[in-house]
Design a protein. Structure first.
Length: 128
């Protein structure tokens, strides 16, 4: 199954990375997946990426910055703005009991990140 996923990754033109916070860093399973996908041929190389994090307090800011450091080595090109750090525990509720994002302000911020990723990806590809 990983080979199918890996081969699919090779065809992607951009990545939207989502992370939470674990001891101020990216979670081990995400880092492991990133490492595997960086093996030749590096699926991350010269691709656009955007990061969104969800956690308490700072909303996962440290994990985002850690992920950006990792991305430099991988030759990922990150969207710089807008940054989005979702404080998942600050009222009003951000998610329903099934884990779906329900907060309208959060949805708008996420939409802004995705639109910026789309525009940045097209620029990197020389399309616009």
């Amino acid at each position: 199954m990983w080979l199918l996923t890996y081969n699919t990754f090779l065809e992607f033109i951009c990545f939207h990375l989502l992370t939470d916070l674990f001891s101020s860093f990216v979670q081990g399973p995400l880092k492991n997946a990133i490492d595997w996908a960086s093996r030749p041929p590096n699926v991350w190389a010269d691709k656009a990426a955007a990061i969104v994090s969800a956690a308490g307090g700072s909303g996962g800011a440290r994990a985002q910055y850690h992920l950006r450091q990792i991305g430099v080595y991988l030759d990922l090109h990150f969207v710089n703005k807008p940054e989005y750090f979702l404080n998942a525990f600050q009222p009003p509720a951000k998610f329903d009991s099934d884990g779906n994002l329900i907060d309208e302000e959060s949805k708008e911020k996420l939409k802004a990140v995705l639109l910026a990723l789309r525009a940045f990806t097209l620029r990197l590809q020389g399309i616009c």
